[in-house]
Ligand binder design. Structure first.
Ligand code: NAD
Length: 556
């Protein structure tokens, strides 16, 4: 079927029977508008898709247009399956994407089932229609850099050199986060098209094909105390070892290439992008082995950087696991960003909350920014970010903002916004969602839950409980995803969306769904013994059941 380029509808004209349905439809359109390869329905992370295929996409669109507010649409791996009569407080959409039974959760089975058209990898926010462009991870990346600045560099990255790779859907946030943190950041990327896209959308300042030229720019900017982002056309598996052999040791090193995928993601050294396509068809096993071997070389360079004093961390792309498979036994000496830098925030359920102006009017986001600066002025994490975001983060697709809010604060903000919608202070309804990488919403033993205090890293009960609680708590959309590195068996997560359409019904949904979502997040970390969470329980009055009182201990 020939399809025109999809963009999210703007304005106040409803195509659906209510704003809740219209909101979900616009969010579906928006993930495609912001996505990396719309023709293939791919939003980000190599194969992260918005719908199973084009017939499924059109069926979902038509169904959302007809859906009554007391009905629920069921979606399995991006394919709409049926509509059930539920009730007005039930989710409008429930979905499960890429979940395979434990023993069968392998990359081979995933590729096979995907080939048969039975399953898709939904990323975290792609199939759940929550992706808002690179901004979705930008505050997380910025908070990582800020945390490194506090721990290692006296609170400021001015004059510091960050080396990274990958300028895709998520990795594209790195250059802007780096310059917002005042650093000089060199981003290695094999695709010139991706580099150009980041320059066009304002995330990246300049590009070069020549490593030496890039290094000269780095040196000059450091000398002048200027922040700068540079896209270097090249392969990380070549550039990183070359820097080690030149004795150039950046202050901070990471990587956000699609290393989780050896077939469609990571480009082996010595390959052009056309050769990747050709070898994938003719000799997929060779491509995977070459990618694995290149990752191993890159990770050896990362370890060398670390040994020579750089702050090196895994940025959530499964690089270390692949390196171990390809012979780098000590790859896990590299820290994961969550444990090293973000866990104290997650333990208080502070995480990547976001909101989208469904009318398409950017002024709505500005009005909400102003409200936050006024009403949350004691919250430094949020206000520092909102000021910077307002100044630097360009709009992609429907205007949106991310803000790392925690338990109680998310509810307070969303209720205030719903009131602004009701009183006509905003030009249209606002949708709230969050990344799946959130306190109670993800089990991923190599990213989110690595080295948990109580050893509960691989227990997937938490995101499943989160999804069930969110359905019971009246969220408008609830999703359960699995997959992650290698697409199967690495993680399970849950996502929610709640629409503030200005009604009192929305007040109720916000009050219950957002509160319970973060409340369960706090309890997940309290259960694992994190002091910050126990403190949060005491501060906010979340009703935690203490089995300790009955003779148990915190962990069992
Ligand atoms: P993407 O597929 O959109 O982009 C990956 C980019 O890496 C592409 O532009 C590709 O050309 C480039 N690349 C591949 N091999 C390379 C090489 N050898 N050298 C240089 N560049 C190379 O993926 P994305 O959405 O940007 O996600 C990147 C990774 O980050 C994924 O593994 C994803 O799962 C992970 N991720 C982590 C987080 C987090 O919370 N930290 C969030 C989202 C995604």
């Amino acid at each position: 079927m020939n399809v025109e380029r999809i963009t999210a509808a703007r304005g106040l004209t409803l195509r659906c029977k209510g704003w809740r349905q219209e909101a979900l439809l616009r969010m579906l359109e928006n993930v495609l508008e912001n996505g990396e390869n719309q023709k293939e329905l791919i939003v980000y992370a190599s194969l992260g898709k918005a719908a199973r295929n084009w017939p499924s996409y059109h069926a979902i669109v038509d169904t959302l247009k007809q859906l009554e507010e007391d009905e629920t649409l069921v979606i399995q791996s991006g394919k709409p399956i049926g509509i059930f009569r539920t009730h007005k407080q039930a989710p409008l959409v429930v979905m499960a994407n890429c979940n395979l039974v434990g023993k069968w959760a392998t990359s081979e089975n995933f590729y096979d089932l995907q080939e048969k058209g039975l399953i898709i990898w939904g990323g975290l926010t792609a199939a759940a229609w929550q992706y808002i462009g690179s901004q979705g991870v930008i505050q997380g990346t910025y908070e990582i850099f800020q945390s490194i600045a506090r721990i290692h560099f006296g609170g400021d990255l001015r004059g510091r050199f960050i080396l990274t790779a990958g300028l895709g859907g998520m990795g594209g946030a790195q250059p802007l986060a780096g310059t917002m943190a005042n650093a000089v950041i060199l981003c290695v990327e094999v695709s010139e098209e991706r580099i150009d896209k980041r320059i066009t959308n304002g995330y990246l300042k300049q590009k070069t094909k020549d490593l030496d030229e890039g290094l000269e720019w780095v040196t000059e900017a450091i000398h002048d105390g200027r922040s700068l982002s540079i896209g270097l056309l090249g392969n990380a598996a070549e550039v990183y070892p070359e820097l080690v052999s030149k004795g150039i040791i950046p202050d901070i090193v990471t990587d956000q290439t699609s290393a989780h995928d050896l077939l469609y993601g990571y480009v082996p050294k010595g390959y052009t992008l056309d050769q990747v396509v050709e070898v994938r068809q003719k000799a997929p096993a060779k491509l995977q082995d070459d990618a694995g071997a290149s990752i191993a070389e890159e990770v050896r360079a990362l370890l060398a950087f670390k040994e020579r004093g750089a702050v090196v961390f895994d940025n959530g792309n499964n690089l270390r696991t692949q390196a171990v498979k390809y012979g780098v036994e000590n790859a896990f000496e590299i820290d994961i960003f969550t444990e090293a830098f973000l866990r104290p925030l997650f333990a208080r359920a502070i995480g990547p909350f976001r909101w989208i102006a469904l009318s398409g009017n950017p002024e709505d986001i500005r009005i909400i920014d102003d409200y936050i600066l006024q009403e949350f002025r004691d919250n430094d994490v949020v206000t520092n970010w909102i000021r910077l975001a307002n100044q630097y983060v360009p709009i992609e697709g429907l205007p949106a903002r991310i803000g790392w809010f925690g338990h109680g604060d998310r509810t307070k903000l969303a209720l205030a916004v719903n009131l602004m919608v009701r009183e006509g202070k905003l030009s249209g309804p606002i949708a709230f969602s969050r990344d799946h990488l959130d306190a109670g919403a993800m089990a991923h033993p190599n990213i989110m839950t690595e080295r948990m205090k109580d050893g509960s890293d691989a227990i997937a009960d938490w995101p499943l409980l989160n999804a069930m609680m969110s359905c019971s708590s009246m969220a408008d959309l609830v999703a359960i995803h699995s997959g992650g590195g290698g697409y199967a068996g690495y993680m399970t997560s849950a996502g929610i969306t709640i629409v503030a359409d200005g009604t009192e019904n929305s007040d109720e949904r916000i009050r219950i769904a957002l509160h319970n979502d973060t409340g369960l997040g706090v309890l997940r970390y309290a259960d694992a013994g994190y002091e910050e969470s126990l403190d949060e329980v005491a501060r906010t009055g979340i009703r935690r059941i203490s089995t300790e009182r009955y003779g148990g201990n915190l962990y069992a």
